[in-house]
Design a protein around this ligand. Structure first.
Ligand code: HEM
Length: 292
């Protein structure tokens, strides 16, 4: 859907797959797949480290707490770096190459900047004036990260036809910046934790333990905003450059039906989510069992 390959368009307008193996050499596949894998490793590492921190702070299951913490931060530091570099970096390079409008929107580039693009750390998209408000940016860094050239030009939204703009530019911009912002915080916290581990001070450093505990929900937020980035970024296309989302709606399903089904799923997942939290909470509270 993001970068369709291995298909042909028949005379009646239908798309059919004509080269199955092309799916595996799709340049979009491997960076996205590895980015997702690294993201799940980040998530599990933070959960394991956070539970370890909880045991140490509560002085319960202390030996297991130390083991969890050590395992969580060793895997956490590796995964947090991998999710940013090379996998996140390669995913971003794919977006700039195959979906340049998306890239302009997610980075908040309204106008092409001559002499190199800045990287925006903070700022709010102002869609009326087509600019970023209250911007804090570092010059030329985005050009360097994208093309390894300080002055490389990156196309702004002004270069594209408005009818192909992502439909929710602020949503896309915020989702991307939250994901990358959290990714940066994950690296910083895991580096601080691993330094403390090497200094043999991790188990006593209260601020690191509290931070790791507090961080448990945030990889889930990063994953969700990553998914938003991919989905909002593809709009207004259902299949990029081939099928617009507006043309993909089924004429036989009414909007009421869709809303009803959606509410059903929201209810079901809310219930399952609550059940999950209660059961996992109980298991964490009980602590690991040993047969020795
Ligand atoms: C730190 C730097 C990061 C960079 C440069 C980065 C880059 C990207 C890019 C460019 C996309 C969009 C790809 C697409 O349109 O398919 C993406 C998607 C995604 N990111 Fe990140 N990311 C970073 C951090 C993270 C973190 C920390 C997590 C979670 C722990 C994460 C999880 C995801 C997920 C789940 C997706 C959706 C992928 C898909 O649907 O195929 N990312 N990321």
């Amino acid at each position: 859907m993001q970068n369709p390959v291995g298909y042909e368009i028949l005379a009646n307008g239908k798309f059919v797959l004509n080269n199955f193996s092309a799916l595996f050499s799709n340049p979009w596949l491997w960076p996205s797949y590895l980015h997702n894998q690294a993201a799940s490793l980040v998530t599990s590492s933070f959960v394991v480290a956070g539970i370890g921190a909880l045991y140490l702070l509560n002085k319960k299951h202390v030996e297991f707490g130390k083991l969890f913490l050590k395992t969580g931060v060793i895997f956490g530091v590796i995964a947090s770096i991998l999710v940013a570099f090379p996998t996140g970096d390669l995913a971003a390079k794919n977006v700039v190459k195959y979906q340049p409008i998306t890239f302009a929107a997610m980075e908040g580039i309204f106008e092409t900047e001559k002499g190199g693009s800045e990287i925006v750390l903070i700022g709010q998209p102002n869609m009326l004036e087509k600019k970023l408000d209250n911007k804090i940016a570092v010059p030329n860094i985005l050009s360097f990260l994208t093309y390894q050239e300080w002055n490389a030009e990156i196309k702004g939204l002004n270069e594209f036809d408005e009818k192909n703009y992502p439909t929710n530019i602020p949503g896309l911009y915020y989702a991307y910046h939250i994901m990358v912002g959290l990714g940066t915080i994950f690296i910083a916290l895991m580096l601080a934790s691993i330094i403390q581990l090497f200094r043999k001070k991790l188990y006593q450093t209260k601020w690191v333990l509290w931070s790791l505990l507090f961080m448990i929900p945030f990889p889930y937020i990063a994953n969700t905003t990553g998914w938003y980035t991919a989905e909002l970024g593809r709009q207004p296309w259902l299949v990029y450059n081939l099928l617009r989302t507006s043309a993909g709606a089924s004429p036989t399903v009414s909007s009421g039906n869709t809303l009803f089904t959606l509410l059903g799923f929201v209810g079901l997942y809310l219930l399952l989510g609550m059940l999950f939290l209660i059961l996992v909470g109980k298991i964490i509270n009980k602590g690991p069992q040993t047969t020795r």
